[in-house]
Design a protein around this ligand. Structure first.
Ligand code: NAI
Length: 424
């Protein structure tokens, strides 16, 4: 059957194929799951609609889901993170109905999203909740029985939907599981953010002042990596516990208003809107660089930057200079969209191995168990999470200690303390 696709250039499949093979080499857990899925076909006859960053790592994930028997339609989760060569390989090699190209405008983004939903999926796989939100604006949800949400911001959106009592099927909040956020958000985003900043600017990090907004999973990773490369790092936070953690991790913590005149490079990673606003832009140094790693392009108020500017010029790829009326220049990276996904290549395959192993196993779990789950945000079952960590450790050649029977008994006992209560 001919598949319905809409991509930039179908002739780039070989280019994409080579890069996907390279990513797969670093994804041993997912490769193992793919082999299992090929043998057991747990997704046979199921339609999956996915909105994801279309990268080589995503292609390896989709290979596993295809091996499991799923029919897949795919659109982007960000108009700038799509790799066109990967799209071509997904169509040619996996028969995936890809609807995306790099740099598509918002009308096209929406048309592609609608085309993917038109396949009447059983499962929706989302990164930012655009598919789930679009589906919930409809009178009918068709055959959809479950969803998976990949990122922090998406889980927040789905929880908001559930909070209004409007969520219509169970959704696994993949982001919140330890093998996802402790690794992907911290180490993956930490690295891809620095990578994106370097590719867009080639700036020297040693000795620069970085201001990191948000000390959550992503912010911790970004701050640690910037410090590791010799930057002075200032953190801004709105949560007292997170701010205290940043202080004890050795960072200076300041409100954005106080940090604005000090920073050379600003990075937002909050999932919140309006983190860098007009009053902050007004206080920044000439030459300051603004990058975002949060899911949506709402953290730096780009419209305000544009309003204050007398000119706007592309200085380099993914770097725009805004000259303000007082003569200062501020530089925006990647149009204020996720800098590591747009200016670099998103998180490394070795990290996405964990997130996407969780996603593949959650897909199998949900398609098998959805009828026993209520319409709410669910955690990834703990046995899936620990199985992923065990498989990754095995692939890395790392061995664990095992509790012996005496230790297991001790862990279950209430009698052993300073005194032995079983003696009395
Ligand atoms: P998180 O919830 O762990 O941390 C966010 C932190 O930002 C919280 O500590 C919160 O108190 C703080 N915050 C909120 N508003 C703030 C403000 N106005 N000023 C300063 N701090 C503020 O979330 P996580 O997992 O770190 O994710 C952050 C964002 O990054 C989300 O939008 C998420 O979807 C996105 N993300 C991006 C990835 C990438 O590769 N670039 C990968 C994973 C997540």
């Amino acid at each position: 059957m001919a598949i319905d696709f809409d991509i930039a250039d179908p002739h780039r499949a070989e280019e994409g194929r080579r890069k996907i093979r390279w990513a797969a080499r670093h994804m041993p857990v997912l490769t193992e799951i793919q082999a299992e899925f090929a043998a057991t076909r747990p997704l046979a006859g199921r339609r999956i609609a996915a909105s994801l960053h279309i990268t080589t790592e995503t292609a390896v994930l989709l290979g596993a889901l295809r091996a499991g028997g799923a029919e897949i339609a795919l659109c982007a989760s960000n108009p700038l993170s799509t790799k066109d060569d990967v799209c071509a390989a997904l169509v040619a090699d996996l028969g995936i109905a890809v609807q995306a190209w790099h740099g598509e405008d918002l009308a096209t983004y929406e048309r592609h999203l609608e085309a993917v939903l038109a396949t009447d999926p059983h499962l929706v796989v989302d990164d930012g909740a655009d598919l789930i939100a679009a589906l919930h604006q409809r009178a009918e949800i068709g055959s959809t029985v479950a969803g998976i949400e990949e990122t922090t911001t998406g889980v927040v959106r789905v929880r908001a939907l559930a909070g209004e009592g409007r969520l219509r099927f169970p959704v696994v909040g993949l982001n919140d599981t330890p093998t996802k956020r402790m690794f992907d958000n911290r180490y993956g985003t930490g690295q891809n953010t620095i990578d994106g900043i370097l590719r867009a600017t080639n700036t020297l990090i040693a000795g620069a002042t970085f201001v990191v907004a948000g000390y959550g999973w992503c912010g911790r990773g970004i701050a640690a990596r910037a410090r590791g490369m010799g930057a002075r790092v200032i953190v801004s936070e709105v949560d007292a516990v997170r701010a205290l953690e940043a202080v004890m991790d050795g960072f200076e913590v300041l409100p954005m208003g106080d940090a604005a005149p000090l920073g050379d490079v600003f990075v937002t990673a909050t999932g919140m809107s309006g983190v860098i606003r007009a009053e902050h832009l007004a206080a920044m140094k000439d030459g300051a660089m603004l990058a975002n790693s949060g899911h949506f392009d709402v953290e730096v108020e780009v419209a305000e930057l544009r309003r204050l500017a007398v000119s706007e010029t592309e200085t380099r790829e993914n770097l725009t200079e805004f000259v303000l009326s007082d003569g200062r220049s501020l530089y925006l990276l990647a149009q204020g969209r996720l800098v590591g996904q747009v200016a670099a290549e998103a998180s490394p395959a070795a990290i996405m191995d964990l997130s996407f192993a969780g996603l593949a196993l959650s897909a199998r779990y949900l398609l098998g168990q959805h009828s026993s789950l209520v319409a709410a945000v669910h955690e990834v079952p703990a046995d899936i999470d620990s199985a992923i960590a065990e498989r990754k450790l095995r692939a890395l050649g790392v061995r664990l200690d095992v509790l012996d029977t005496r230790q297991v008994a001790y862990a279950r006992s209430w009698t052993s303390g300073t005194l032995d209560a079983s003696v009395a």
